[in-house]
Design a protein around this ligand. Structure first.
Ligand SMILES: Nc1ncnc2c1ncn2[C@@H]1O[C@H](COP(=O)(O)OP(=O)(O)OP(=O)(O)O)[C@@H](O)[C@H]1O
Ligand SMILES: [Mg+2]
Length: 347
């Protein structure tokens, strides 16, 4: 049997794993599972407790029935920094040093021996000199080490360790081929915002506002415990444009609670678009693609489309890999995992 492709997305709320099988020239999701991440296992976007995280990853594999333990996985959110920088041309050994030096400036002070990976995107002629556009990703060494420990504890071998943003770029590369698109991964702990333009990453930022902030708002306004607030949000939450637009009284109260938080997310999306359009004058963002569990919030695409005056859609993960028998609502939740698995499909 041909080898399958496995993608593992470890979030602060849940661990997702998918296995893709080739079906003709296409891919099919043969197996998948989503299991809750134990409290404290992921903190500020980084693995906090490798032991309990390893147990959760193992549980995800067991539940899915996936036997292939060679996986593509990633760090993301607040655990990583992604930037494009311009440097003078220099010999390769020096370049690696220079990128590391730049990258460490973006990490918390004292992040020596950071994990840094980079790629020269382009050589740019600037007057008489040539300069290099370099894309780097960096994470603190402790973050990478504790993630590796969690994977090892789960009995999983990372074939590829990348960043979640690249998985999303890969999954939606068709959408981002012409013009610019915003990819917004609205999870639990944080929202990752990417602007992809002509296949290149123009902006990647993480803002600490997502599903947990919505849950806290519901808990506060309705006087509920966290788990009840989360359930209420998921079952009855709806993103509304104004008072009186929801008939059901419970939904209306939840809507009132979450509107300010949605406003914060909206502001961050707008800022990202403004930043891009001010640096690449004449270019416009064509559309916004939402993924992550919070993209399941009812009416969210319509609310954002209204406010941004742009098409907004929930990412169709299952276009890249068909998913017979999976709930279509799981598409945004599995986006990163599927994008990761597809890394192996490239030549
Ligand atoms: N139907 C729904 N409506 C609103 N929110 C939902 C719904 N379903 C799930 N969510 C929310 O989605 C969030 C989880 O999303 P996701 O699985 O993408 O997070 P994660 O990847 O684990 O977290 P992060 O990437 O932030 O570390 C939770 O806050 C959850 O309450
Ligand atoms: Mg996530």
């Amino acid at each position: 049997m041909a080898r399958t492709l496995v993608g593992l997305d470890v979030g602060s709320h849940s661990v997702k794993v998918v296995e893709l099988a080739r079906a003709g020239g296409k891919f099919r999701i043969a197996r998948a599972a989503v299991v809750p991440t134990p409290p404290g296992a992921v903190v500020d976007g980084a693995p906090g407790d490798p032991r309990s995280l390893g147990t959760a990853i193992r549980a995800a594999f067991d539940q899915s029935g996936i036997r292939n333990r060679r996986v593509n996985t990633a760090l993301g959110g607040r655990a990583v920094v992604i930037r494009e920088i311009r440097l003078p041309t220099m010999p390769d050994e020096e370049l690696a040093q220079a990128v590391r030096f730049e990258a460490e400036r973006y990490l918390p002070a004292g992040s020596k021996d950071a994990a840094v990976d980079f790629q020269v995107l382009e050589r740019v002629q600037e007057g008489q000199t040539t300069r290099l556009d370099v894309l780097f990703v960096a994470a603190r060494r402790e973050v990478v080490d504790s993630f590796a420990a969690a994977l090892q504890g789960a009995g999983v071998t990372p074939e590829v360790l990348e960043v979640t943003s690249f998985a999303l770029m890969r999954l939606f590369q068709e959408d981002a081929r012409e013009g610019a698109v915003v990819l917004a991964d609205i999870g639990a702990d944080s929202t990752d915002l990417l602007v992809v333009h002509g296949g290149r990453l123009r902006l990647a930022r993480t803002v600490p506002v997502a599903g947990n902030a919505l849950t806290r708002a519901v808990a506060g306004v309705l006087g509920l415990e966290t788990s009840a607030a989360q359930a209420a949000k998921e079952e009855k939450g709806v993103a509304t444009t104004g008072p009186g637009s929801v008939a059901d009284p419970a939904s209306a109260r939840i809507a009132d609670a979450i509107v300010p938080v949605l406003g914060d997310i909206l502001t961050e999306v707008r800022r990202s678009i403004d930043y891009f359009q001010s640096r690449w004058t004449g270019e416009a963002v064509r559309k916004v693609i939402l993924v992550g569990g919070t993209a399941r919030l009812r009416n969210l695409p319509a609310l954002l489309a209204d406010e941004l005056n742009l098409p907004v859609e929930v990412g169709d993960t299952f276009r890249a890999a068909s998913a017979d028998g999976l709930d279509p609502a799981m598409a945004p939740v599995l986006a990163v995992a599927v994008g990761l698995a597809l890394r192996g499909a490239e030549p």
